[in-house]
Every structure is written in structure tokens, then in C-alpha cells.
Design a protein around this ligand. Structure first.
Ligand code: GLA
Length: 388
């Protein structure tokens, strides 16, 4: 009898299903997500307006191609057959129609659900419905699934996310799988075989250095990324959470530094602001091609903290072609005067040409000392190219 059961198990879950879709995220995903600004206040009209604003602002052209509808899109209950259905008042046309609309505008269609019995907002979660839900997403044309971790009970994280991975694979539509279990079970150790990115922390909020039980400002998130760089690479990214760039709790300098450091981390760049009402300074940050190129560099290496002194940090990211991005971060509250002898940056071998990415200025070579000043919570971000 035991032999028969073992045989049946093998037949029911062929090894070919036990994998993620390969090659879907060679560089960190970029897009826009509804949660940071709108939480549950979402509708198909809002999503369509945001799509228009992403196009009009140049953000789509800059690379923000995946629109993710976060928690709050569902009806209170599944239908009679156990299928997920959208809230009929706020998404009256249905998710297939919304997906078709986003595709017609050149976007990828992303959606949120949860590995637990209910989502964090108390709506139907995926537990026990993984293969069915994956088929539903495939039928709606979903391209990206963010899968949360609320209400998971005693479930094992790795096994639970693997089940959804297998469901997605069996459904046959390539879908980027974004693991969102907040770093509780060290997903950087197992995530690469399961999804394309994994959250490494609790939730980000729009402040520089505030802290609550499950949420914190970007300064503390940055701190918790130290040492995780070795786990990231093409199709397997650490996700230090979405961007708060442009949200009310950050100054322009804090938004610029947040964006710079997320690019150094090769983080997914998921904007979370109201793109319809974006100030021009914020638009310039979010669409800066040279900073985005640091994040999206094809070598796919996450940067690391090279130096940490009170109020002063240096972060470095190796880029393709022997180039480097170097970020001087003033984490303190007073202006910082910098004097950089490039010889002390031991990862640099040889002489490099220097470009200041935010000031859009070429700054000579690393043979001369660099002097500059950095405002509180701000950065100087440089790209160094080897001199042959
Ligand atoms: C969790 C996630 C957030 C967001 C909310 C939605 O807190 O970490 O990013 O998706 O759930 O309820």
C-alpha cells in the first residue's frame, strides 16, 4: 500500500512543476504599486488614471512598466465555485478587462494576494486555493503576483510559497512571483528557487527614521540590508520594500537619498506615490536615467556598505564594464564635509573618471582628492568609469 501511495504522489506532482518561471526578472522589477499611498482606497478608475499619469509623466518610458494592484481589490467572499472575484462596486468591469486595458497601454498587470487564509485587509487569501487561484490569475492575464504573509497560522513559509510557485507554473502563464513574507523566515536563503524577489523587512513608511512594530522609515530598512548582498542576482532580488519617494513624510533630499540607495541595493523600484499629483522635483528623481541605470545594471550585483561611521556611510555597487557606483550618504542631522582620497576605496583598482549623477557633472579623475559637502539625510552619488 505504501508503495502505491508513494507512486501516486509522484504522478500527482510531476517534477516539472516544481520550479519557477526562469528569466522573468533579469534586472530588478520596476513599476507602481497602489499600497503606499492608497491602501484599500482603490478602484479600476484610480488604476486607469494612474496608468495615464505614468505615461504622461515619462515614468513608463523610464522603465516603470508593472502596475500592481495591492490589497483591497477583492470581494468579501469567493464565488460559489471558490474562485476569487473582485469587489463589484469598485472593479465593476472585472480583472480581465482591467488587465486587457493595462496591456493595451503597454503595462504589465500585477496583483496582490496572501498566502494565509485571509489577506491583511481581511479579504479571501490563497491558502488551500493555490492552484485554482493561479489559474484565475492566468485567465485574467496577470503578469506579476505579490504574495503576502498575513494570517498564515502555523503554515511553513517555504512550503507555502513553493505550493503557490508550483500552482503558477502549472497554470502555464509566466508570472513574476514576488514573495512578501517580510523576511521572517530568511527568504534570501531559499527564495531563489521559489520566486523572483522576496521582501527582506517589515513595511516601509514615509519617514526617514521613524519606527513602529511592523513598519519603519527607510534609514532602518537600509541598515537591515547589510550582508544580504550576496544573495541577490538576476532573477533573484532582495526586496527592501517599495518606494516612498514623493510621499509627504520625506523631504526632497530624503526622497533623493532613498532612491539612490535603493538603486545601490539593486532593489525593485516600485513607486508608491500619487503620480497624478507629483511635483517636478520628484518626477526628476524617479525618472533619472543615470540613477535608474545603476539599479538596472545588467551585471545584477547588489551594492554593499563599504564604510559606516557615525553620520557618514559609503556604499558601493559594482557595475558592468568594470564601472562602479559609489554613494556618500550623510545619515546624520548636520551638514557633512567630505574629503575623499580615492586610494582609500580599496575596491577601486586603477584610475577612474568620475561623474556626479545628480548634479550631471563630470568631476575629473580619481587621481585627485574629492571635496564636497552633503546636506543632512542626502547623498552624493557617483559613477566611476575605468580609464584604459
Ligand atoms: C502587508 C505588506 C504590504 C501590503 C499590505 C497590504 O503589510 O507587507 O506591502 O501589501 O500587507 O495589506
Amino acid at each position: 500500500m505504501k508503495t502505491i501511495v508513494a507512486f501516486l504522489t509522484l504522478v500527482a506532482v510531476p517534477a516539472a512543476f516544481a520550479q519557477k518561471f526562469e528569466g522573468l526578472a533579469p534586472t530588478p522589477p520596476m513599476g507602481w504599486n497602489s499600497w503606499n499611498t492608497f491602501e484599500g482606497r482603490i478602484s479600476e478608475d484610480l488604476i486607469k488614471e494612474m496608468a495615464e499619469a505614468l505615461i504622461a509623466s515619462g515614468m513608463q518610458a523610464a522603465g516603470y512598466r508593472t502596475i500592481v494592484i495591492d490589497d483591497g481589490w477583492e470581494a468579501q467572499e469567493r464565488d460559489r465555485e471558490g474562485n476569487l472575484v473582485p469587489d463589484p462596486a469598485r472593479f465593476p468591469s472585472g480583472m480581465k478587462a482591467l488587465g486587457d486595458h493595462l496591456h493595451s497601454k503597454g503595462f504589465k498587470f500585477g496583483i496582490h494576494n496572501c498566502a494565509g487564509a485571509k489577506t491583511c485587509a481581511g479579504l479571501p487569501g490563497g491558502r488551500g486555493h493555490e492552484f485554482q487561484d493561479a489559474r484565475t490569475y492566468a485567465s485574467w492575464g496577470v503578469d506579476y503576483l505579490k504574495y503576502d504573509w498575513c494570517n498564515h497560522g502555523t503554515a511553513d513559509a517555504q512550503e507555502t510559497y513553493k505550493t503557490m510557485r508550483d500552482g503558477l507554473y502549472a497554470a502555464g502563464r509566466p508570472i513574476v512571483f514576488s514573495i512578501c513574507e517580510w523576511g521572517n523566515n530568511k527568504p534570501w536563503l531559499w527564495g531563489k528557487d521559489v520566486g523572483h524577489l522576496w521582501r527582506t523587512t517589515g513595511d516601509i513608511v514615509d519617514c526617514y527614521d521613524c519606527q513602529a512594530v511592523y513598519s519603519m522609515g527607510w534609514k532602518y530598512i537600509l541598515e537591515s540590508q547589510v550582508g544580504l548582498e550576496r544573495y541577490a542576482g538576476p532573477n533573484q532580488w532582495n526586496d527592501p520594500d517599495m518606494l516612498e519617494v514623493g510621499n509627504p513624510g520625506l523631504t526632497l533630499a530624503e526622497s533623493r537619498a532613498h532612491f539612490s540607495l535603493w538603486s545601490l541595493l539593486a532593489a525593485p523600484l516600485m513607486a508608491g506615490n500619487d503620480v497624478r499629483k507629483m511635483a517636478s522635483g520628484i518626477r526628476e528623481i524617479l525618472t533619472d536615467p543615470e540613477v535608474i541605470a545603476v539599479d538596472q545594471d545588467p551585471l545584477g550585483k547588489q551594492g554593499y556598505r563599504f564604510m559606516d561611521h557615525p553620520g557618514k556611510q559609503i556604499w558601493a555597487k559594482e557595475l558592468s564594464g568594470g564601472e562602479w557606483a559609489v554613494c556618500f550618504f550623510n545619515s546624520g542631522d548636520a551638514p557633512l564635509q567630505l574629503r575623499i582620497d580615492w586610494n582609500h576605496l580599496s575596491f577601486l583598482e586603477g584610475t577612474f573618471r568620475i561623474r556626479d549623477l545628480w548634479r550631471k557633472k563630470d568631476m575629473g579623475r580619481t587621481t585627485a582628492e574629492f571635496r564636497g559637502s552633503v546636506a543632512p539625510h542626502d547623498v552624493i552619488l557617483m559613477r566611476l568609469a575605468p580609464v584604459p
